[in-house]
Design a protein around this ligand. Structure first.
Ligand SMILES: *Cc1c(COP(=O)(O)O)cnc(C)c1O
Length: 370
């Protein structure tokens, strides 16, 4: 038995109401019959996939995770919703079956490996998902593979093709509309060709968050929403319609008064030019804050005022300038609680909110508030 105790005072609060708001925002853009798959991979984009899964299990049609172990965590929490494993690997196929997870079969190697296993244990109509590559060149069969896939599937009874899907390469980039339209057309043709040979209607799905925003017409039977659930629409106008779900806070561990000429932190990267009051906060690069935020590039908020990060970001801590801020040890610190703060941190870290959110590490305590 393992007892999990996480009393880290650096806490990521997941705002359940904001999640629901965002889910409903996407729902109202879609046809009422269009199914919603909530992408909860990478610990629910750096939060907690299990808590989010529990919270959304009766409100969405599907979950997707990247790897089998993420799906197993959802099943161990007794979540019954269908779970698509986007990137199963051959050594995980048995546990995928044991936990009733549904694999994406994206090439002949994994397709035949799964069929072999399914036959050995006499599975019947086990739901699987077939992915096609329509331009991202990441995972997926190509259109000319269809006859061979069909003939392999015809010889076997254990599988049921639950869905056919593909993934857009540049759905957020309106300058790539031509390319994206091509992907949509390719997928439409592939699905039509494939369906002719199946005795049933598989679920068709193509769009991620920015796909839903920019190519709503290509919603097919289901959409796969990830970053949008967590408050980012890949475009300022859309993001403004969404609510922030990830609120990262901590508390001040210690306050120092630094004399002129003294330095702060590793490599003595900050030198006080005037008497400076600093606060040490228990969050560092091992919690997901980029070292690019050091040396006054990044800031957080204490008592509603900006406190710049001084010196280098340490593994477990940062020091911030609170010379002008009225605060004491034990006071709350907001690392981010708005999309704007997350976007600013992302810009300064030379990345995008996807990475800022998923970088929040496992040792940060996660609490979903309804
Ligand atoms: C991660 C992922 C998504 C979700 O994308 P967002 O841009 O976060 O909505 C959808 N589909 C696939 C295949 C993915 O890997």
């Amino acid at each position: 038995m393992s007892i999990e105790i996480n009393n880290h005072v650096t806490v990521l609060e997941i705002d359940g109401n904001a999640l629901l708001h965002n889910l409903n925002y996407f729902k109202q853009k879609l046809h009422p019959k269009t199914k919603i798959l909530a992408v909860v991979k990478a610990f629910g984009y750096g939060s907690d996939g299990v808590q989010i899964g529990k919270f959304l299990e009766n409100k969405v049609d599907y979950f997707a995770v990247a790897y089998a172990n993420e799906g197993i965590a959802l099943r161990e929490a007794d979540i019954k919703t269908p779970i698509l494993v986007l990137h199963p690997q051959t050594p995980n196929l048995q546990s995928i079956i044991d936990y009733k997870l549904e694999p994406n079969l994206y090439n002949f190697k994994i397709l035949t490996a799964f069929i072999k296993l399914a036959n050995e244990i006499s599975l019947k109509k086990y739901p699987v998902h077939i992915k096609f590559n329509t331009g991202l060149n990441r995972l997926g069969f190509c259109d000319k593979d269809i006859p061979e896939i069909i003939s392999i599937l015809k010889e076997t009874t254990p599988l049921k093709v639950q869905s056919l899907f593909s993934h857009l390469a540049a759905s957020e980039d309106l300058e790539e509309q031509g390319f994206t339209s091509n992907q949509i057309n390719n997928f439409t043709n592939i699905a039509a060709q494939f369906k002719k040979h199946l005795g049933h209607e598989p679920i068709l799905h193509l769009l991620n968050t920015s796909g839903v925003v920019n190519y709503t017409k290509a919603q097919f039977d289901m959409v796969r929403v990830g970053i949008g659930l967590y408050g980012f629409g890949n475009d300022d106008k859309e993001t403004a319609q969404l609510k922030n779900t990830h609120n990262l806070t901590s508390i001040i561990s210690q306050i120092h008064l630094i004399e002129v000429g003294e330095t702060v932190g590793y490599n003595r990267a900050f030198t006080a030019k005037k008497i400076t009051k600093t606060a040490t906060i228990p969050v560092g690069h091992a919690d997901g804050l980029s070292r690019k935020l050091g040396n006054k590039k990044g800031y957080l908020r204490i008592n509603n005022q900006k406190a710049a990060i001084i010196g280098n970001v340490c593994m477990d801590m940062i020091m911030v300038d609170i010379t002008e801020i009225d605060c004491k040890e034990g006071d709350e610190v907001i690392i981010f609680n708005t999309q704007e703060m997350i976007q600013n941190i992302s810009n300064t870290s030379e990345t995008i909110p996807y990475e800022t959110l998923t970088a929040i590490s496992q040792r940060v305590k996660k609490i979903l508030k309804e």
